[in-house]
Design a protein around this ligand. Structure first.
Ligand SMILES: Nc1ncnc2c1ncn2[C@@H]1O[C@H](COP(=O)(O)OP(=O)(O)OP(=O)(O)O)[C@@H](O)[C@H]1O
Ligand SMILES: [Mg+2]
Length: 279
């Protein structure tokens, strides 16, 4: 996979000595982490490694116990005034297993919501989306193959279809940073690969951070892979340098992960890389 890094790289994420503890237990401890504009990063690691916690810190949902954290040159957890919240809603796109969709609204309305950051307040109250926004939303739904479902309430769509609606919404939102927590969870292999492809397409030069459990998807979604284990960065490598040994060390440290499941994941990863090289 080729990198989409723009020529001038600005810092999108910067963490220094960040620690997050709960009930006296340290969940996340990261010495230094820097992410430049346009990078596509996959976060991998065993259950409980701290992947979602890191995304929640970056999304401003939780506050570091210690250390400095900057996202798009702002501290997400400080001074969340109305203006800041609007900035966040517009610049940071989140795909957290379709949870950020409004279940009782149609697919079309959910996609239009991506444009809220560009609209005035009263329109947002009544969901009066201008014609051009509705048109863009229809085009976005067509792009993910769901135009036929535009009037369907999202709680009547399948998990994969909901993920695609969330991705179509990103196309309208055009955020600078996309945080995706297991966007392919519970999808069949073909749907998972399709969602990865659409997500990368929607990112288009934005910075993309995706938590992935299925290691076979890494070459599709990332150019850099960060392995987390017990709240710490175990490795931080270009996707081409992530080998079986690195993954084995990452997952074997966690005895709760059954080794047969791990072997399946490892084999799938190796096979995808072989296919990619052949292409
Ligand atoms: N609010 C909280 N209160 C107590 N413990 C928490 C809280 N949030 C996270 N943790 C703990 O922090 C650890 C890391 O959780 P996190 O959800 O980040 O893991 P993860 O890497 O995303 O795992 P998974 O792959 O299962 O989604 C877990 O042991 C979890 O129980
Ligand atoms: Mg998680």
């Amino acid at each position: 996979m080729t990198s989409v890094k723009p020529p001038t790289l600005s810092r999108v994420i910067e963490l220094q000595d960040v620690l997050w503890s709960v009930h006296g237990r340290t969940v996340l401890e990261i010495g230094a982490l820097k992410v430049s504009a346009g990078e596509r990063i996959a976060l991998v690691g065993p259950n409980g490694a701290g992947k979602s916690t890191l995304l929640r810190l970056l999304a401003g949902a939780i506050v570091p116990t210690h250390g400095s954290l900057s996202v798009l040159e702002r501290s997400p957890f400080r001074s969340l005034s109305g203006r800041e919240r609007r900035f966040w809603r517009h610049e940071v796109g989140q795909v957290f297993q379709g949870l950020h969709l409004v279940s009782r609204l149609s697919a079309l309305d959910n996609v239009c919501i991506g444009a809220l950051g560009r609209l005035s307040g009263w329109r947002t109250w009544f969901r009066l989306f201008p014609y051009d926004i509705t048109k863009q939303a229809c085009e976005a739904l067509q792009g993910v193959g769901l135009l036929g479902h535009k009037d369907t309430r999202v709680d009547r769509l399948s998990g994969g279809e909901r993920q695609k609606v969330a991705i179509a919404r990103l196309l309208l939102q055009q955020p600078k940073l996309i945080l995706a927590d297991e966007p392919t969870a519970a999808l069949d292999p073909a749907a998972a690969a399709e969602v990865c492809r659409l997500l990368v397409q929607a990112a288009r030069g934005a910075t993309l951070l995706t938590v992935v459990h299925n290691t076979s998807l890494l070459p599709l979604i990332a150019d850099r892979v960060i392995g987390l284990r017990q709240g710490r960065v175990a490795f931080d490598l270009p996707v081409g340098d992530v080998d079986d040994r690195a993954l084995l060390a990452l997952y074997q440290a966690d005895t709760s992960r059954p080794s047969d499941q791990f072997q399946v994941a490892l084999t799938a990863f190796s096979e995808t890389r072989t296919q990619e090289t052949a292409e």
